[in-house]
Design a protein around this ligand. Structure first.
Ligand code: FES
Length: 171
């Protein structure tokens, strides 16, 4: 295995420092840092690419296949990017009681986001939309609540979803 570390140009020092800190927490077996590093990569880049697997493997002095095996074993690790428009539907109690599960299915169907690309994360074929559940978004009094990218939407109804989708499709 090549022991000369290649640093992809878009990896900033903050990311590398965070990765080093994680690795230092596993002095006995660096291999144990694989999953936390996969999570770190996904947190920064939205999913774990081939490049991510290779970089982590190099960092931990493992063969890429060893990291790949872990990445494919855990369903919460995504191997594809999320959509351009990311729907995050709250599934915590108030929202669940207000119909967020039905809303989730409705959004999935209407965005044609039927392909599961991670743990309960669905992506449309054209890559425009992804739909996933999240926990409480701290607006329980206005359930059901969701986010689209960074914007929060409250008291969501099917009609509201139709209007939002019509707007997004025009962009
Ligand atoms: S339960 Fe959904 S916002 Fe709190």
């Amino acid at each position: 295995m090549n022991t000369v570390e290649t640093v992809p140009p878009h990896l900033d020092q903050g990311f590398i420092d965070e990765a080093e800190k994680i690795i230092s927490q596993y002095p006995v077996s660096k291999r144990s840092a694989s999953l936390p590093l996969l999570h770190l990569w996904q947190k920064h880049f939205g999913y774990v690419s081939r490049e991510g697997v290779e970089w982590i493997a190099q960092k931990l002095e493992l063969e890429p296949i060893a990291v790949e095996e872990i990445a494919t074993f855990y369903p919460m690790i995504r191997h594809r990017p999320l959509g351009k428009y990311q729907f995050k539907v709250c599934r915590t109690l108030s929202c669940a009681l207000a119909g967020s599960y039905q809303l989730f299915d409705y959004i999935k169907q209407n965005c044609n986001a039927l392909q599961e690309v991670g743990h309960h994360v669905y992506l449309s074929e054209d890559g425009q939309f992804s739909v996933e559940f999240v926990e409480c978004l701290a607006a329980c009094g206005n359930a059901p609540v969701m986010m689209i990218n960074e914007e929060e939407w409250m008291d969501v109804t099917k009609e509201k979803i139709q209007g939002i989708l019509a707007q997004l499709r025009k962009k």
